[in-house]
Design a protein around this ligand. Structure first.
Ligand code: SF4
Length: 238
């Protein structure tokens, strides 16, 4: 599928629901060539539920940065138990982590944006890129109203940074839509969501948010909003 075809499909898919977008992805790329990237956040859990119910065999993978909170490992186990799915767990290169920590300290991310991005690159971006190089398309739980940096997310778009198609079936959903689905379908979710964490990443880089704060305010809260991506979702819409 070339970029013009992706652009045309993006227009056609915009009014479609997430299940239809997932089905389109499975039929267009083949289930062995498309996979869901999950961090076990609320949106990813909705997509895992939809993918499992569709039964097409779309793969699921996650990044274990080795700095995740225990609650994320708990929901991972609950998800495997509930859906009987195999989850491909990607981890960073131990040598690269050791070199980075030896040079800059274990909590280097608080020292500068550059060092935070270096940590995200070693622990997330490098393992992710390796996985994405085996796929034609990946599915993500991005929503447009999650952050300034996500306002222009399309349901299907060309992922320039990673060289494949990116599919965001929940792009048009609100936070209320996500939680209505979770409650209706009794989807397992990360218990940190009940403690004021709308967006959950690594333990040292995530905090609870106050009422009225942006949903991404608890991620890298010491940085400006325009810096708040880890390099997984650098985007350019087709
Ligand atoms: S979120 Fe924090 S701990 Fe996790 S990879 Fe990025 S900088 Fe490192």
């Amino acid at each position: 599928m070339n970029r013009n075809e992706i652009s045309a499909q993006a227009v056609l898919l915009e009014p479609r629901g997430p299940e239809e977008v997932i089905s389109w992805a499975a039929n267009s790329f083949g289930v062995v060539n498309v996979a869901l990237a999950t961090s076990f956040g609320a949106e990813d859990q909705v997509l895992t539920d939809m993918i499992s119910k569709a039964g097409q065999g779309i793969g699921i993978f996650t990044l274990d940065t080795l700095r995740l909170p225990p609650e994320t490992h708990e929901v991972m186990a609950a998800t495997i138990d509930r859906y009987g799915v195999m989850i491909d767990v990607l981890r960073p290169d131990p040598e690269a982590v050791k070199n980075m920590v030896d040079q800059h300290g274990v909590d280097l991310f608080y020292k500068s944006v550059e060092l935070r991005k270096q940590c995200c690159a070693v622990r997330k971006v490098v393992p992710l890129r390796k996985k994405l190089s085996t796929l034609k398309a990946w599915i993500c739980g991005l929503r447009r109203d999650q952050a300034l940096t996500r306002a222009g997310v399309g349901k299907v778009e060309w992922d320039e940074a990673n060289g494949l198609v990116k599919i965001n079936p929940l792009a048009g959903w609100s936070e209320q839509d996500v939680w209505a689905y979770i409650r209706k379908n009794k989807v397992p979710y990360n218990k940190l969501h009940d403690q004021g964490y709308p967006s959950i990443g690594c333990a040292p880089c995530t905090r609870a948010v106050k009422a009225g704060e942006d949903v991404r305010a608890g991620r890298w809260w010491w940085e400006n909003p325009e810096h708040k991506e880890c390099g997984l979702h650098t985007r350019r819409k087709v």
